[in-house]
Design a protein around this ligand. Structure first.
Ligand code: PGA
Length: 244
């Protein structure tokens, strides 16, 4: 595991973007695993900035997003499809057909999960997966207790996660109760993983991650077994109070 300490959010975002841009320049048809949430917003801004300045091309790149809320249309500003369009896809030249995000409106959720796993069969494994970490150690929506063998699946969100995400909604009762998420096994199949650690109140999660005990009670701990993991830490938010 490589560890990079950065002074602040901007530096963390820039560092990860530089590494990812480097990979895309080396391999045009890179398969990227992409997260949502507050953590990667600066990273996406850096990719967009670079695209405008240096024309790094995504013409042959493919993306597989990590998760989506169930019951939410991609046109809904709270959906992760909308988030991705807004922060990244509308600004770069990745082809629509190369973008993969679970369909939150699928009537047959199990069928949707099955189809999503087929994407890995067809274009996977991912070359580079970018992750954030939740306060309870979740990665994607893989909540504590998720099997390390999991592939794409439906997840009932924990109360803690719903409360955390309520900041993006008008009220807690509007936060969806379930989501579709890429599983932990699929994540571990990625050839390379970047884990970004940032956000008030993440000190405990970071400390628990560092103690190295690999347990399904703390999903991010599985990453210790990955042969090519880089953890990039925004030091400015480590040891800050939990302002949730
Ligand atoms: P955040 O969430 O990026 O909004 O802090 C991370 C996560 O919950 O996975």
């Amino acid at each position: 595991m490589k560890h990079i300490m950065t002074e602040n959010y901007e530096e963390m975002s820039r560092k990860v973007a530089e590494m990812v841009i480097g990979r895309i320049r080396e391999q045009g048809n890179l398969v990227l695993g992409l997260p949502t949430g507050n953590t990667p917003i600066g990273f996406y801004q850096e990719l967009v900035k670079d695209y405008k300045l240096n024309y790094t091309s995504y013409q042959h790149a493919r993306s597989i997003n990590i998760d989506e809320y169930i019951g939410m249309s991609g046109d809904d500003p709270k959906s992760y499809r909308y988030y991705m369009n807004h922060h990244l896809f509308m600004h770069i030249n990745m082809k629509k057909e190369n973008i993969h995000i679970p369909n939150g409106l699928a009537v047959d959720v199990e069928g949707e999960c099955f189809c999503y796993d087929q994407v890995f069969e067809e274009i996977g494994p991912m070359d580079v997966l970018i992750l954030g970490i939740g306060h309870n150690g979740h990665i994607g929506f893989n909540e504590p207790g998720t099997s390390f063998q999991s592939t794409t699946h439906k997840v009932e969100l924990t109360e803690e996660t719903r409360q955390m995400n309520a900041r993006h909604f008008k009220s807690l009762d509007r936060v969806p109760e379930a989501a579709i998420t890429m599983g932990l096994k699929s994540m571990m199949d990625s050839k390379e993983i970047f884990l970004m650690v940032t956000g008030d109140g993440k000190t405990e999660a970071y400390t628990q991650f560092l103690n190295g005990r690999v347990t399904e009670d703390f999903p991010a701990s599985i990453l210790h077994s990955h042969p090519n993991l880089t953890v990039i830490v925004d030091q400015s938010t480590i040891n800050t109070p939990d302002n949730r």
